[in-house]
Design a protein around this ligand. Structure first.
Ligand SMILES: *Cc1c(COP(=O)(O)O)cnc(C)c1O
Length: 220
C-alpha cells in the first residue's frame, strides 16, 4: 500500500483522542511529503542532524517530535522549532532544554521517558526517580519547559501479556501522578508492532514507523 493510503487507513481506525506520530527516521523527504499531503502533521525523528535537515527542507507547519536519546550538546540545534521532546530522562537534560528554550523565547513541551521494560538496554527513569524529579524544586524552577506526560517502550518480546503488563504499569503510575495534580496529558507508547494493545492500555500518542514507511534500511 502507498504511504498516503496507509496514513489514511491507520488514521481512520484510531480513536479521536489518539495522536499518530509518523516516525520518519532514515526515510526520504519524498515519502514524508506523501504522508503530509495525506493529512499527517506530526512526525518523529531520532537523530538530531537528520531532524534539522528535514525541518529546513519540509513544510513549516509540520510538528516535529524528537523521539531519540538527546545529548546535552545537541539541544540547541532543535530548540528553535521542536514541538515535543519525548525521551527526556534526567534533570540535567531538562535544564539544558530550559536554557535553550529561554534563548529562543519559547516554552518547550517534554515527555519524561519511563523505564518499563525488563531489558537492561533501554533509557529512562524509574517510577520513583520520575516522581522525585517532578516534585523537586529544581524542576519547579524551570520556567521554559513543560513536562506534559510520559513516554515509554515495552520489552522487545512477542509475549503480549508481558507487554500489556508493562503498559498498564505506566498507566497506573500516570494516574497516581495526575491525582497529585500534575498536568500530564500525554502518554506516548505503542509502535508498529504493539500500538493497538497500547491504545487499549491507555496510550494517547502512538509512534509508528515501519508500518507506514516500510522497513528501515540503515545501510543506505
Ligand atoms: C523507531 C522508533 C519508533 C517506530 O518504530 P516502528 O517499529 O518502526 O514503528 C517508535 N519509537 C521510537 C522511540 C523509535 O526510535
Amino acid at each position: 500500500m502507498s504511504v498516503s493510503n496507509t496514513i489514511i487507513k491507520i488514521k481512520s481506525e484510531l480513536p479521536s483522542h489518539v495522536t499518530l506520530v509518523a516516525v520518519s527516521k532514515t526515510k526520504p523527504n519524498e515519502l514524508i511529503n506523501q504522508a503530509y499531503l495525506a493529512g499527517q502533521i506530526d512526525f518523529g525523528e531520532n537523530y538530531v542532524q537528520e531532524l534539522v535537515d528535514k525541518y529546513q527542507e519540509l513544510p513549516k507547519d509540520i510538528r516535529w517530535h524528537f523521539i531519540g536519546h538527546l545529548q546535552t550538546n545537541k539541544v540547541k540545534l532543535i530548540a528553535p522549532f521542536v514541538n515535543l521532546i519525548h525521551g527526556v530522562d534526567s534533570l540535567k537534560i531538562l535544564e539544558e532544554i530550559n536554557k535553550q528554550a529561554q534563548k529562543n523565547n519559547r516554552i518547550i513541551n517534554c515527555l519524561l521517558q519511563i523505564y518499563i521494560a525488563q531489558e537492561d538496554s533501554k533509557f529512562g527513569l524509574s517510577f520513583d526517580e520520575c516522581q522525585e524529579l517532578l516534585q523537586s524544586n529544581s524542576y519547579l524552577n524551570l520556567k521554559n519547559i513543560c513536562v506534559v506526560g510520559f513516554m515509554a517502550m515495552a520489552s522487545n518480546t512477542e509475549d503480549n501479556e508481558q507487554i500489556k503488563k508493562e503498559f498498564l504499569s505506566l498507566k497506573k503510575f500516570h494516574e497516581s501522578m495526575v491525582s497529585i495534580q500534575l498536568p500530564l496529558n500525554i502518554l506516548s507508547f505503542g509502535m508498529s508492532s504493539d500500538y493497538q494493545l497500547a491504545i487499549e492500555c491507555g496510550s494517547n500518542m502512538i509512534r509508528i514507523g515501519s508500518s507506514i514507511f516500510g522497513e528501515r534500511n540503515y545501510k543506505s
